[in-house]
Design a binder for this molecule. Structure first.
Ligand SMILES: [Mn+2]
Length: 329
C-alpha cells in the first residue's frame, strides 16, 4: 500500500508551480514542513511561493531558507497569474480552513488545493487530502512524500524537517513518537543535521524579555482538583510590562504540565482584540482534543486549543475548569 495517496503524489509530480501555506501563528512543525517541502519541490525544478500570513517570528529565524517566506498578497496574485493554470496549492499542518487566516478566501480559490495534515479532529477542506492522525508531525509526512517523489532531502530540507518533527514530539518525548518517527529523524541526522544545534536554537535561545515574561506568567499558577489541573495566564499588560511579544510565551505551558501531579495544564492567553486563546496539554488519560472541540477548537489527544472572542480570562477559566473536571471524572 502506498503511504502517500496516489492523487496527491500524481498532482505534485505533474505540476510546475506551487503555493505553500500553513496555519496562522505557525509553530516549528508548520514552518519546518513548509520550508522543507518548498526546498524539495524546487530541487525538482518546480517554482514555489512560500505564503506566510505574518512576518516570521524571531523564534524561527534560525530555519534555513526562512527568508524566502513571503507575506505580500499582491506578489502571490502575480505568481498565480504567471503560472497559467499550471499550479497547485498545498496546505500543511492546518486542521481547519479558518486557521488559514485573513486571506483564507483568496487561498481556497486556488485549485487543485491539496491538504497534508496530522491533526486529530481535522475539519476537511480543499480538493485532495492526505490526513494521518497517527503521524507525529506534518514534517514526518513531508519526509514520506519526498521518498515517494524519489527526492533525497537537501541539508536545508532535512534541517527544517528535523525541526518540524522534534518540536511536535517535544524532542521525541510525546506518545506520538513512533519507531518510524525515530527512523526518519535518524535519516535526517545522517544528512548532516546536528540535534544539539537545533535544540540550542529551540530551547536555549531566550531573550531577557522572554525570561521576565516567564517570571510573571509562572507567578499566575493556580491548581485545582488535588493539583491535577494547572492554569497559567498571560495578559496584554504583562507583555507590555516585559517588552515581550506574544510568541515569547510559546512553550510556557510545559512548566505546569511538568508538575508530577498534573494531568492537564491550561494556558489562558489574552488576545490583542480582548478575547482569550486557550492551550490545553494533557499527560495520560484525559483527551483534551474532545474538551477543545466542545469550545469550537481542536487538536490532538494531548495537545489542543481554542479561542473565544469577547470573553474575559476569568470567565473562560471558570468554563474550562468545569469542562476539565468532567473530563477527568
Ligand atoms: Mn503539527
Amino acid at each position: 500500500m502506498k503511504v502517500v495517496p496516489e492523487d496527491i503524489s500524481r498532482i505534485i509530480r505533474n505540476t510546475d508551480n506551487f503555493v505553500l501555506m500553513t496555519h496562522l501563528h505557525p509553530d516549528g512543525d508548520a514552518l519546518g514542513s513548509l520550508f522543507a517541502l518548498a526546498d524539495i519541490l524546487e530541487s525538482q525544478g518546480k517554482k514555489v511561493f512560500r505564503y506566510l500570513e505574518d512576518p516570521l517570528s524571531h523564534l524561527y529565524e534560525f530555519l534555513p531558507g526562512c527568508h524566502l517566506g513571503q507575506t505580500d498578497l499582491a506578489a502571490l496574485q502575480t505568481f498565480v497569474a504567471g503560472a497559467n493554470g499550471n499550479i497547485a496549492a498545498i496546505s500543511l499542518d492546518c486542521g481547519d480552513c479558518d486557521r488559514l487566516g485573513r486571506e483564507k478566501r483568496e487561498l481556497l480559490n486556488l485549485h487543485p488545493f491539496l491538504v497534508i495534515d496530522h491533526h486529530r479532529g481535522h475539519r476537511e477542506f480543499g480538493d485532495y487530502r492526505w490526513l494521518d492522525a497517527h503521524r507525529s508531525s506534518t514534517g514526518e509526512m513531508v519526509y514520506e512524500l519526498a521518498m515517494e517523489l524519489d527526492v533525497e532531502p537537501s541539508y536545508i530540507a532535512a534541517y527544517n524537517l528535523y525541526v518540524a518533527i522534534s518540536t511536535d514530539t517535544g524532542s521525541f518525548r510525546y506518545e506520538n513518537t513512533s519507531p518510524r518517527t525515530l527512523q526518519i529523524a535518524a535519516e535526517l541526522v545522517k544528512s548532516g543535521v546536528r540535534p544539539e544545534e537545533v535544540a540550542g536554537y529551540v530551547y536555549d535561545n531566550f531573550t531577557l524579555q522572554r525570561l521576565r515574561l516567564m517570571e510573571q506568567v509562572l507567578a499566575t499558577l493556580q491548581l485545582f482538583e488535588a493539583d491535577q489541573l494547572a492554569f497559567i495566564t498571560v495578559t496584554n499588560k504583562m507583555l507590555a510590562d516585559c517588552g515581550a511579544m506574544r510568541e515569547d510565551a510559546e512553550g510556557f505551558i510545559n512548566y505546569p504540565r511538568a508538575l508530577r501531579t498534573v494531568k492537564v495544564a491550561v494556558f489562558l492567553k489574552e488576545t490583542p482584540e480582548g478575547g482569550v486563546s486557550v492551550s490545553l496539554r494533557a499527560k495520560g488519560g484525559c483527551d483534551v482534543a474532545e474538551v477543545a472541540a466542545d469550545f469550537g477548537g481542536g487538536g490532538h489527544r494531548n495537545a489542543a486549543g481554542f479561542r473565544l472572542a469577547d470573553q474575559k480570562v476569568s470567565e473562560v477559566q471558570d468554563q474550562v475548569l468545569q469542562a476539565l473536571k468532567k473530563a477527568l471524572g
